[in-house]
Write a protein of this length. Sequence first.
Length: 226
Amino acid sequence: MSFPLALDLRLVTTLPRRPRRADRLFGRTGRGRRVGRRPGGGRRTRAARHNDPVTVELIPAAGPSPADLSDLGDLLLDAVADGASIGFLDGFTHEQACRWWRGVLQSPDDLTWVARDQGRVVGTVRLLRATMPNGVHRGEVSKFLVHRDVRGRGFGRALMDALETAAVADGRWLLLLDTQTSSHAEGVYERWGWQRIGVVPDHAATPDGVLEPTTFFMKRLVGGPS
């Protein structure tokens, strides 16, 4: 079974009035360095309206617009600047980030969602669908990111809800993900129903090159075998 990329799956929810502590940087997150300025200069600002609906959109098969691609690049830079272990090291540039997104978004097997705040892409998550015949029931959650400017406002929860809804529709009832051990995200995933399955020491480096352990999680969605 395949999930049609032509379907622009949207999830619009009303945000709670009280900010959510759980909405941090996800994916391969770590004990992030707190950086007071954005990459490239300028102080971080928070949108004035915190009760607007969250809009989550599936990136179409044709790819993102130039503006969305630039915003996605900013998301990667923001995560690296925050010390997150998401595959890239210090010195990573916006041009390199956009080039990486162009490459991965060409895959017909993966789905990528973005969350918007007043039109700007401020969060993303990817579903990497296993393609071998014996693995079409599973998928991997990747690049689960929320910009520091808007954390605590429900963007992360909305992105994960959209991904899980699409996974069930596609017959992907088993999901996997990983995150840096001892990160804030570990507790969040457990509260969201993810099961910890193990830790691998020295699995991946933080942006400053320090090897850290990684915790792996799994989640069985409704529709799979008990």
